[in-house]
Design a binder for this molecule. Structure first.
Ligand code: ATP
Ligand code: MG
Ligand code: MG
Ligand code: MG
Length: 591
């Protein structure tokens, strides 16, 4: 059935929404695709749902092609699985929590790793059943600190989330590659340019991850790129520093605006005083390394942290024990378990210097990606580069206490300087902005271990399953498509995603014009072309053309004055061109 402007539930608007920051939000609102319900929460109108449906179709087709099967979970979930994985706590204020009439805790799921893991545990028990890939397209809830820019950062949004289950690392690599390939096809088909950047795993845990970014000034992510094709997330690239760092590699420009800049000499002296080595003195050529420990706070909360220490020894987890002070609070430190380590991203499995004393006051750091570190402030004060490594040979570069992070624990900025050489030697780095439209993740065994997902291998031995998770921000993608495909008069949808294939505009008062518009509509629909027909009798041509431009269907067929001479006008919304053609050729021209 054609869509009819005379009855379509839509109201086009002249006014931008008050909080409009970006074109996609402005245009989707004014064209009557979405209405705001609350900050970051939107109602979908018929035209919006059509486009959303087409995007979902592309995503579904590519998921099926990649061998993933669709399932559907509730949004409303019990807290327990998330408590087991540690994310009930870790999400902090970022999730919506609620209680039922019996006071049991629930949440509106921000993402579904835990329950996918449990579903597979419930149904599968043998290695013969793996690999498995399952996905859903589903509503997610996150109480974002700053919902903004319409669909770009919502508090309720639609995500496609897929999960892979494998027995071996090689299996996971293969599942990851398949999903990554599917993402390339999805964004190509959605006509969205993208860069793929290496990212840091953050609170998710896991061993390797890449983000798909839509390059755009409206994005909240900063990434670096080179003309030679290199691209990386800023967090990932700041940590790329050859190991060991030579003091002469630290440019003076980095420290000159910092009052009381600590020197390398101070660091070395502090390291020698706090953590003396048996074999020789620390020198400026030594780097800071990590130890991973489990910290229990006075409140009972347990977290896994990476402590940066100077050193070059393999970690001896048994040594990392004791009590300490973090901020105002007492903490207890115990060795991290193998399960803890598996949950940490890209982890160097630890280095520690001799003489670690955890009775010293420790400073907590939390990076913007959710990684947490403890650093001895006396070492920090004396350092020009502080550990933040999450992989062997990688260190946050040149952080300066007070400038880049503060005692309350936030890292303000881990700087990348445009002009620095790219780690792959492909040229000089330049900064760019982008919107994260998807992310692929090698989770490893973190969730399987926390929730006990094992299968029996060929020897009848229980083995922990290794997992991947893969997200596409479906509603965010729709906003990005609108960002990419519009002009100052309205939206211009890529043809396969448009709410209709052709927009027929009947103008004037002549009954034969409206009759012809109906005949063309019927013929086109019969040929499988989806038509939106502007059959409003009392609306002026100016208003109709304005609406057609705003709504953004790429092909517009005008049936009007020319009909008396046997012609209609075919407009290409994107090119801005128009051609008169004999009315009898109209159907063939549109098909
Ligand atoms: P961001 O860094 O933008 O907050 P994220 O890394 O927290 O995103 P993921 O957990 O990786 O998001 O979720 C997978 C995908 O879901 C993201 O790549 C993004 O496209 C989309 N997404 C995440 N948060 C939102 C949101 N608040 N509104 C709309 N889409 C979102
Ligand atoms: Mg987020
Ligand atoms: Mg992100
Ligand atoms: Mg992400």
């Amino acid at each position: 059935m054609p869509l009819r402007m005379s009855t379509l539930f839509v109201r086009t608007l002249k006014e931008d929404p008050v909080d409009a920051e970006v074109a996609s939000h402005r245009l989707l609102h004014r064209a009557g695709y979405i209405r705001r319900s609350a900050p970051g929460i939107f109602t979908w109108l018929p035209l919006g749902l059509k486009v959303l449906g087409r995007i979902e179709t592309v995503v579904r087709q590519e998921m099926e092609r990649a061998g993933s099967q669709e399932v559907h979970f509730p949004s409303l979930l019990p807290a327990e699985p998330y408590q087991k994985s540690g994310r009930w706590e870790a999400y902090g204020e970022g999730i919506f929590r609620l209680q039922d009439r019996k006071d049991a805790d629930y949440l509106l799921a921000p993402t579904h790793e835990e329950v996918f893991t449990l579903l597979v545990k419930d149904l599968y028990s043998s290695y013969k059943e793996l690999p498995l890939s399952i996905y859903q397209i589903q509503t997610k809830y996150r109480d974002e600190a700053r919902p903004r820019a319409g669909l770009l950062r919502g508090r309720e949004f639609i995500m496609k989330d897929a999960y892979s289950f494998d027995l071996t690392d090689e299996g996971l690599d293969e599942s990851y590659r398949k999903m990554r390939d599917a993402y390339v096809r999805i964004y190509d088909r959605l006509r969205l340019p993208y860069v793929i950047v290496e990212a840091t795993p953050g609170a998710m845990g896991g061993s390797g991850t890449e983000e798909f970014l839509y390059p755009s000034e409206v994005g909240e992510d900063t990434y670096v790129r080179t003309a030679g094709g290199y691209a990386a997330n800023v967090e990932a690239v700041t940590t790329v520093v050859p190991d060991p760092v030579d003091a002469s590699d630290v440019p003076a420009a980095h420290v000159e605006d910092t009052p009381d800049t600590p020197t390398i000499e101070t660091l070395v002296a502090a390291s020698n005083a706090l953590h003396p080595r048996a074999d020789r003195e620390w020198t400026a050529a030594d780097t800071l390394k990590n130890v991973v420990v489990a910290v229990t706070h006075a409140t009972g909360e347990r977290e896994i942290v990476v402590i940066g220490l100077p050193g070059d020894r393999e970690v001896d987890l048994g040594r990392a024990e004791g009590t300490g002070v973090l901020g105002e609070g007492e903490i207890e430190v115990e060795p991290a378990t193998e399960a803890d380590l598996a949950g940490l991203p890209q982890l160097v499995k630890g280095y520690i210097g001799p003489g670690l004393s955890l009775s010293e006051p420790l400073l907590g750091l939390e990076s913007s990606t959710g990684l947490r570190y403890l650093v001895d402030p006396r070492v920090v004060e004396g350092t020009r580069w502080v550990t933040g490594a999450n992989e062997h040979g990688r260190h946050v570069y040149d952080l300066v206490y007070g400038r880049d992070f503060t005692a309350d624990g936030t890292i303000e900025a881990a700087e990348v300087r445009p002009g620095d050489p790219a780690p792959d030697g492909s040229g000089e780095l330049e900064l760019a902005r982008g919107v994260e439209i998807g992310q692929v993740f090698k989770l490893g065994t973190r969730y399987a271990e926390a929730l006990g997902l094992t299968v029996l291998d060929e020897n009848g031995k229980a083995r922990t399953v290794t997992m991947g998770s893969y997200g596409v921000g479906v509603t965010r993608v729709m906003a990005c498509i609108a960002e990419e495909h519009h002009d100052d008069r309205g939206l211009i949808w890529p043809q396969p995603l448009a709410p209709a294939d052709v927009h027929i505009v009947a103008t004037g008062k002549d009954a034969t014009v409206f009759e012809k518009a109906e005949t063309l509509t019927a013929e086109l629909e019969a040929a499988g072309i989806r038509v939106l027909v502007d059959d409003r009798r009392k609306t002026s041509p100016g208003v109709k053309f304005g609406d057609a431009e705003l709504l953004g269907i790429p092909t517009v067929l005008v049936v009007g004055r020319g009909l008396a001479d046997g012609t209609v006008e075919l407009r290409d919304r994107r090119a801005g061109t128009s051609t008169d053609l004999p009315v009898d050729d109209a159907v063939a021209a549109v098909i």
